[in-house]
Each structure stands twice: as structure tokens, then as C-alpha cells.
Design a protein around this ligand. Structure first.
Ligand code: PMP
Length: 456
């Protein structure tokens, strides 16, 4: 009789999982990292190797990987009422409690919350809300959506159309009517002799020209992340939102703040849109809303937009759109607890407290010969690798420099993320200065080794 050979977790993964956003060259040569559990900001693989996660999962595990209070909240809700939908006017009490909490936390004096299971679904839902609203207001031509170069708003058919080229070209997207305006990255796009404010003013003029060219009455809305995240951590240039806001108002174009990364404290304030004076008409939230312990997205509609949507839904018919598990009470209990933890267990204060140290170590990394710009805010940061600091020219893409750095860092037990030519960091809100040092010590050492490996 043949003995059954026990397969490793890595083999089982390779045979069964189709990984999203995974480089298959690296996967085939190095294999997957199969994780079993976490402790604080560390995760452990099936061999017991520990990794310090400088990205808090995908920006979301902000309270660490084993917060007992959040786990208890999930278990308690599971015993009380583990699942119900919000269709047909039915709803779980916990879902209502979370909606109230989100409106209270928001910059809106009043409003309503629409629940989804992810950030993509939340943005996608807003697109449909806007399309429906304009159509029912007799403006069915108002369908165009404006986003910005280097944006990331998700991966559904509509949201991939709103996201950067790298995420839509493979699918024959964007859909028609999805427009892109400039990215407010002064270091990259500012002109010689142009001040940062002048740069923002130029971008605002370009936006207005785009609106006029396309026809204001054809535009449904504009989406913007307060700080572009997956585009490489790009805080807005000085005065950017203050410059574009009046233009959008002038042409009655709603502005949606995609706070999927920035929401709930990442920038050191509850909302990035408040920090940068966006004055949005709606906020899209996800990720930190459940500290990464449950899939959830939420659209927090400001007073005006929610009143309009309710009016047209009363006058015409229902909003024919919803997700079975949107507003699931398990997720809502987790969200209520996660928000309490962020507000009352000093997580927000900690972001403010340790952020200067994080930024100082990031800037020091930016002094490296091949570091072009070290940028960030709160607990989100990126260092851009270049061939030449002055010209900002990138290294040849075949070098895959950021991937090499991330791969080598992983061997040393550090999880960081390559994004284009940048290395991106977004640690959990519970991180200590000592852990920040550990991350940057490994990263500094790794960068020196990788540049020497490639002969630079
Ligand atoms: N918006 C932003 C700003 C994001 O960063 C992301 C995810 N990285 C999304 C939307 C999409 O969220 P999800 O992956 O939950 O669909």
C-alpha cells in the first residue's frame, strides 16, 4: 500500500487558491506565506516564523491581530443575533446602532448610512445612487464620473473604471464616461519655479476646464481619497481641496470622499476629509471600520444627498440595489466595538503620539542615495525609489527594485508593500516607537543589501 504523503500548507495553497494581486513569478519561486495567527502587530506562519506587519494587513488591522475586546464583541453578537439583512425595511438593532454612531462621528449634521461588504461595493453603490438620483431628477445624461490619476477606488467594473490604469487596462476598461483629472502630487508633477499652492491652483483650473469641456450637466460626481493610498501615499498638495471645492460647488457636482484608508484615524484625525477641508457630500468607509475583523463597507451620506435620495425613492420607487450581507449585525457589533477601541483605548492618541517618530524615521530613509521622496502623514508613509534624486528618474522597471526590497524584508521578518517604485508603510494604530524602530532598522538594512545585490 502506498503511504499518503502529507502535503505542506504551501503545497495545498498552491493547488487550491487563486491569489488576487499576486505576482505569480514570485509565488512560484518563493511560495506563499501561510499564516496561522497574530499577536499585536505581528503575524506567524505555519512554521512559527514571526513577521512584523508594517501594513496592518491591508491598512485595516489597526488594533492588532488579537484584540480580545473586539473578539468578544463578535462572539457576543453571534450568540445574540448572528445575521440578518436590511432589505424590505427590516434591520437588526445592532445595525441601526452602528448607523447612528457613524452619522454622529461624521462631519455631517445629519445623514444616513448605506451598508455594503467592502470598499469597492461602497463606491460602486454611490455611483448607482448618483446615476439614479440624476435620472429621477430628469437629468439622465448626468452619468460621468471624475476621479484622479493614481486613484484607487476598488475593483468592481465601475470602481475599476475609477481606479488607475494598472487595475483596469487588462479588462478593456474604463467604461465610457469615467474621466480622470490630475493627481495632486507636487513632487512628481510640479513645474520648475511653480510653488505648491500655484500647482494646486493649476490643477483646479484644469479640473474646471475638464468640466466645461465635458459639459457640467453630464457629470454625476467626483470621487477623491483625502490621501491617495494605493497610488503610493500621496497627501494632497497645499490648498488642493480648498481650490477645487468651490469649482465643484459652482457646477453642482457632488464630491465623495473615499475614506476607505484614511477613515477612523489613519491620518491622525477621525477623517482625512476633515483634515484636508474637503467638505464632501458623502463619505465612503471600510477597512478600519471593523479593525479588519469583518468585511464591511459603509456609505455615510451627508444631509443634502441623503434627503435627495430619500425624496426620489419616495416619489418614484425603491433604490433597487443591495447586498445580502450588507449591514450584517456581526459586522456591525465588531464595528461598534472597533470604533470604541479607536476612540476610547487611546488608539487615535497613539497615532498622533508616534507619528512624528514614524515620519522622522521615514525622512531619514529618504536621505538614502536612491530615495527620491519620503512622504506621508499620520501613520501612512512611502519612500519612492529613484535612479537620480535630482531628475527623479525611476530605476529600470526590470530591476523590480521595490519588489526586491519587499521580498528581502520578508525573509528578515518584515512585511512591507511595494507599490510602483515606492515602498509603502501603514502600521497598526497600536504601534510603539520601539516597533517603529524595528521596522525602519530592518528596512534600512534591507535597502543597503538590495542595492548592493543589484550592483548599485
Ligand atoms: N478605496 C480605497 C481608497 C482603497 O484603498 C480600497 C482598497 N485598498 C478600496 C476603495 C476598495 O476596498 P475593497 O478592497 O474593500 O473593495
Amino acid at each position: 500500500m502506498r503511504h499518503k504523503i502529507e502535503k505542506t500548507w504551501e503545497q495545498r495553497d498552491m493547488e487550491s487558491v487563486f491569489h488576487p494581486f499576486t505576482d505569480f513569478g514570485t509565488l512560484n519561486s518563493k511560495g506563499p506565506v501561510v499564516l496561522t495567527h497574530g499577536d499585536g502587530i505581528r503575524v506567524f506562519d505555519v512554521h512559527g516564523k514571526s513577521y512584523i506587519d508594517a501594513n496592518s494587513g491591508l491598512w485595516n488591522n489597526v488594533a492588532g491581530f488579537n484584540h480580545q475586546g473586539i473578539i468578544d464583541a463578535l462572539c457576543q453578537q453571534a450568540r445574540k443575533f448572528p445575521g440578518y439583512h436590511s432589505f424590505f425595511g427590516r434591520v437588526a438593532d445592532t445595525t441601526v446602532a452602528l448607523a447612528e454612531k457613524l452619522v454622529e462621528l461624521s462631519p455631517f449634521s445629519d445623514g444616513k448610512v448605506y451598508f455594503t461588504n467592502s470598499g469597492s461595493e461602497a463606491n460602486d453603490s454611490v455611483v448607482k445612487m448618483l446615476w439614479m438620483l440624476h435620472r429621477r431628477n430628469g437629468q439622465s445624461q448626468r452619468r460621468k464620473i471624475i476621479t484622479r490619476l493614481n486613484a484607487y477606488h476598488g475593483v468592481t467594473v465601475a470602481t475599476a473604471s475609477m481606479t488607475g490604469k494598472a487595475y483596469n487596462a487588462e479588462f478593456g476598461l474604463p467604461l465610457p464616461g469615467f474621466l480622470q483629472t490630475d493627481c495632486p502630487h507636487y513632487w512628481r508633477f510640479g513645474r520648475d519655479g511653480e510653488s505648491e499652492l500655484e500647482f494646486s491652483q493649476r490643477l483646479a483650473r484644469n479640473l474646471e476646464e475638464l468640466i466645461i469641456k465635458e459639459g457640467a450637466d453630464t457629470i454625476a460626481g467626483m470621487f477623491a481619497e483625502p490621501v491617495q493610498g494605493a497610488g503610493g501615499v500621496i497627501p494632497p498638495s497645499e490648498g488642493y481641496f480648498e481650490e477645487i471645492r468651490p469649482i465643484l460647488r459652482k457646477y453642482k457636482i457632488p464630491l465623495i470622499a473615499d475614506e476607505v484608508i484614511c477613515g477612523f484615524g489613519r491620518t491622525g484625525t477621525m477623517w482625512g476629509s476633515v483634515k484636508y477641508n474637503m467638505e464632501p457630500d458623502a463619505i465612503v468607509a471600510s477597512k478600519c471600520i471593523t479593525a479588519g475583523y469583518f468585511p464591511m463597507g459603509a456609505v455615510i451620506l451627508g444631509k443634502e444627498l441623503s434627503e435627495e435620495l430619500i425624496r426620489v425613492s419616495e416619489e418614484a420607487e425603491e433604490f433597487p440595489h443591495g447586498f445580502t450581507a450588507g449591514g450584517n449585525p456581526l459586522g456591525c457589533a465588531v464595528a461598534l466595538k472597533s470604533i470604541e477601541v479607536i476612540e476610547n483605548e487611546g488608539l487615535m492618541e497613539n497615532v498622533v503620539k508616534v507619528s512624528p517618530h514614524f515620519m522622522q524615521r521615514l525622512r531619514k530613509l529618504g536621505e538614502h542615495k536612491y530615495a527620491g521622496e519620503a512622504r506621508g502623514v499620520g501613520l501612512m508613509g512611502a519612500v519612492e525609489i529613484v535612479a537620480d534624486k535630482k531628475t527623479k528618474q525611476a530605476l529600470p522597471s526590470e530591476l523590480q527594485i521595490s519588489e526586491r526590497i519587499a521580498n528581502k524584508a520578508l525573509e528578515k521578518g518584515l512585511i512591507c508593500r511595494p507599490l510602483g517604485a515606492a515602498i509603502v508603510l501603514g502600521p497598526a494604530f497600536i504601534i510603539t516607537e520601539k516597533e517603529i524602530d524595528e521596522i525602519f532598522d530592518i528596512l534600512e538594512e534591507t535597502m543597503v543589501e538590495v542595492f548592493s545585490d543589484v550592483g548599485l
